[in-house]
Design a protein around this ligand. Structure first.
Ligand code: GTP
Ligand code: MG
Length: 194
């Protein structure tokens, strides 16, 4: 898939604010600061389409980006970061759950994990929640550039064991080197146009 256009469409905190044009959507979920927004920029080859930050909790609304006029990439706020204000954390669950659980347009979820660490309890909670609801999901280990290549296999095996999936369902990714971009784009394309 060639990315011909990518534009910010809208930010939402409740369902009445989602786009109403019935296009397919792919969502990106994960812990705060794990690198969701950077991964979307990398995937779409747009340096500054999505705002990224060293400070966790940058993305606090559900942000819709229209791609090729054909589908949406949906950047979700991150979970599980203690420094994010309490009020924001209390809002996260209902806001993201009602999107993921109640959106007919949703074709798949990219669950982003940190290649340096085993999946956290919150990561596992979301993963199992998606599986229970039969929402198509693929796990991606990002920031792979921060792990020596010799340890990639161990990191992937550890995560796949913990998520209960075969090792080859897991993608390693780096927004710095673009490793994994082509493979992830193929997955997104398959969801959009099965
Ligand atoms: P929130 O919106 O706060 O939930 O964070 P996020 O998950 O969208 O993370 P974001 O993309 O803003 O990235 C967080 C930090 O990690 C930034 O400082 C990025 O530059 C850095 N980062 C993201 N992806 C990578 C990566 O693949 N490799 C490296 N080395 N750094 C990364
Ligand atoms: Mg973000």
């Amino acid at each position: 898939m060639v990315i011909k256009s990518a534009e910010f469409k809208t930010a939402a905190v409740r369902s009445g604010q989602y786009p109403d044009d019935h296009l397919p959507e792919v969502a990106f979920a994960g812990r705060s600061n794990v690198g969701k927004s950077s991964l979307i920029n990398c995937l779409l080859q747009r340096r500054k389409l999505v705002r990224t930050s060293r400070t966790p909790g940058q993305t606090q609304t559900i942000n819709f980006f229209l791609i090729n006029g054909l589908f949406y990439c949906v950047d979700l706020p991150g979970y599980g970061f203690a420094r994010v204000p309490m009020a924001v954390r209390a809002q996260w669950g209902p806001m993201v759950e009602s999107y993921l659980g109640g959106r007919p347009n949703l074709r798949g979820v990219v669950q982003i994990l940190d290649a340096r660490h085993p999946p956290s309890p919150d990561d596992l909670k979301l993963w199992n929640w998606l599986i229970d609801r039969k929402i198509p999901a693929v796990p991606v280990l990002t920031k792979a550039d921060k792990v020596p290549r010799t340890k990639w296999d161990a990191a992937a095996s550890r995560a796949s064991l913990s998520l209960g999936i075969p090792r080859d369902r897991l993608l390693l990714f780096s927004s710095e080197t673009r490793h994994g971009r082509d493979a992830l784009l193929l997955q997104v394309a398959a969801w959009i146009d099965p």
